[in-house]
Design a protein. Structure first.
Length: 240
């Protein structure tokens, strides 16, 4: 735990991501970047989202991605439960539980946010054939509008929650970075699919990524006390 609490750890895993998040979130709120990134996926002549029900955005990325993350979570849960029955699985017990909690809490907090923030999807706005006047993320919607349930981005949370693999393998440099890359890649892919469908703006996904990273960081430091394996061999070392 001492290594986990060192200044370098917090600079790299808390201050740096937070600074990046603030910069990106601030830029999207201060500019029209959300509209610019969304524009290529909407046909203003026909007033439709061509990829809303496409096989790749709706079927492969949205539906397939949801089941992929569910499968990972169930496998981790099975590994955690199996560790009580099979001695050889015992070293993986905390890793499996950490992964389950990271996926469950990350996606759960984002889902809760969607129910309480009253933010709309792009396809709800009048700019894209909907009936809600467009406002930016932190502007209040006009009175009388239907309730929005599109912020943060729920689907991308499944992918970004797998950034927790970074902490699962924290003392294995290559595996940790590979785990981080997997989570980021899946999160960005899921985000792209939803932006293409008109379900979310890019800024929605930036907030989702921040929430998922924060959940994993808090779990790793405070609940699991910086160690997910009982013994670290001599060849193991911190990623940074």
């Amino acid at each position: 735990m001492n290594k986990c609490l060192c200044l370098k750890f917090w600079l790299l895993h808390a201050l740096l991501p937070f600074t990046l998040f603030v910069l990106l979130a601030g830029l999207f709120e201060a500019t029209d970047w959300d509209l610019r990134f969304t524009a290529p996926f909407y046909d203003p002549m026909l007033q439709v989202w061509p990829y809303k029900h496409s096989w790749w955005a709706s079927g492969l990325i949205h539906t397939g991605g949801k089941y992929l993350v569910l499968l990972v979570g169930l496998c981790a849960l099975a590994a955690w439960g199996g560790s009580f029955a099979f001695h050889r699985w015992r070293p993986w017990r905390r890793m499996a539980l950490f992964l389950c909690l990271s996926i469950g809490l990350g996606t759960g907090l984002v889902a809760l946010g969607k129910q309480t923030t009253n933010r709309h999807c792009p396809w709800d706005y009048d700019l894209y054939g909907g009936d809600v006047p467009y406002v930016q993320l932190f502007e209040s919607p006009p009175a009388g509008c239907k309730e929005g349930k599109c912020f943060p981005a729920g689907h991308a949370a499944g992918g970004f929650s797998l950034m927790s693999l970074y902490f699962v393998f924290y003392y294995r440099r290559r595996l940790a970075l590979a785990g981080l890359a997997i989570g980021l890649a899946l999160g960005v892919l899921f985000a792209f699919g939803q932006v293409a469908r008109g379900a979310h703006f890019v800024s929605h996904n930036i907030w989702t990524a921040a929430i998922c990273w924060l959940v994993s960081l808090i779990l790793y430091v405070f609940l699991f006390r910086g160690r997910l394996v009982p013994v670290v061999d001599a060849d193991s070392r911190e990623v940074f």
